[in-house]
Design a protein around this ligand. Structure first.
Ligand SMILES: *Cc1c(COP(=O)(O)O)cnc(C)c1O
Length: 369
């Protein structure tokens, strides 16, 4: 086992989540940790109902609106339990009320199938397209005729974190609200939110710390919640309470606000999207030009956030991961369902981190092929 010497500098974290955060954000947290804005206490020591905290929450919402161009008829919620808690909340809020109906799911990966499985406890679930037969190496084909116009919603996973695929274009759903789990790509590319009824994301990939989620919901979809819904999963209640029904994770929301400020300073989503494309292109180029590395995802469906790949053997995969870790290229191990390596290159990953990985890959191939 190669021993990584104690790092004096920060390393590059390619982990899928919790993922790296922008360094200036971490520095600001550290600076104001003991004494937030001259209050003499920490941000995590003040009540979620103070004007100081509510100002942070409101600023996070307005920054999100500004950065995404979110239309006025969409509400922004901060909810508990990460992305997977929403797998239950979605059918309760949108398919179990007075207008109880079936819900449609597209199975494009691990989280997509978990979302469908969880919803089965609360509504009738129909999986209308799946790429399970090809080990989720692509986004399954979906024709508009397959979308029953009486369905409560259609659920997709916009970026499939384990397999490195994403929807390049989103399906036309007619009158059926489109719901997207964007956990592993929110704020990484320009999106027209008008295409969606609901967009949600766990925080720990592009937004902040783990354990919570953001939910963006078109306001006409609120108000018809299943009666058995626990209060803290009730989006209508959450909206009425400005996401403060109970004591929220104040620290997480504070970090989101700092991450959004950082993103604005980078030039917003258009600028970060260009950088993200550039980062991904560098990695795909090495993979495509070599006989030694191979990607997992079909080229047309490739993600620019998660890039899984393998070398020519499981032994060399293991050696690759060990040697990468030793030089500060951290957490490149692929998910256990896929194996090999996976580079998660979310918004905060600088181009220099990707280029360090690219050089390592070229050198590793030279020495081992
Ligand atoms: C990481 C991830 C999840 C799980 O998020 P939790 O916050 O751990 O529940 C769900 N969906 C997608 C697409 C993810 O990438």
């Amino acid at each position: 086992m190669l021993e990584r010497s104690k790092m004096t500098d920060r390393i590059y974290n390619f982990g899928a989540g919790p993922a790296m955060l922008p360094e200036p954000v971490m520095q600001q947290i550290q600076q104001e940790w003991l004494n937030f804005q001259g209050m003499g206490i920490s941000i995590i020591e003040i009540s979620h109902r103070t004007k100081e905290f509510v100002a942070i929450l409101d600023a996070a919402k307005s920054l999100f609106r500004e950065l995404t161009g979110l239309p006025d008829n969409y509400r922004i919620l901060f909810v508990h339990g990460g992305a997977r808690m929403q797998f239950s909340a979605l059918p309760l809020n949108f398919a179990g009320g007075v207008a109880a109906k079936k819900a449609l799911y597209v199975e494009s990966g691990n989280f997509a199938s978990l979302a469908a499985k969880e919803a089965q406890a609360f509504c009738h679930v129909e999986t209308i397209a799946s790429s399970a037969a090809t080990d989720y190496d692509r986004i399954p084909e979906l024709k508009s005729e397959q979308i029953d116009q009486n369905a409560a919603y259609l659920h997709i996973t916009s970026n499939n974190t384990l397999y490195g695929t994403r929807w390049q274009q989103f399906p036309e759903t007619g009158n059926v609200p489109l719901i997207a789990d964007m956990t592993s790509e929110i704020l990484s590319r320009q999106i027209d939110y008008n295409q969606f009824g609901v967009v949600y994301a766990g925080l720990q990939k592009n937004l902040g710390p783990s354990g919570m989620a953001m939910v963006i919901v078109r306001e006409d979809l609120l108000g018809d919640v299943d009666k058995k819904t626990p209060t803290l999963l009730d989006y209508t209640q959450c909206d009425k309470d400005n996401s403060l029904t109970n004591t929220t994770n104040t620290f997480a929301i504070y970090v989101i606000k700092l991450v959004l400020e950082w993103l604005k300073k980078q030039g917003g989503i258009a600028a970060i999207e260009t950088l993200n494309q550039q980062k991904a292109a560098h990695l795909y180029q090495v993979i495509d030009e070599s006989e030694f590395y191979r990607g997992i995802a079909h080229p047309e469906d490739r993600s620019i956030m998660n890039i899984p790949f393998k070398t020519v053997s499981a032994e060399l995969d293991a050696k690759f991961l060990e040697e990468a870790d030793a030089v500060g290229l951290y957490a490149l191990k692929g998910h256990r369902n896929v194996g090999g390596a996976r580079a998660s290159i979310y918004n905060p990953m600088p181009l220099a981190g990707v280029d360090k990985l690219v050089s390592f890959m070229v050198e590793f191939e030279r020495k081992n092929s």
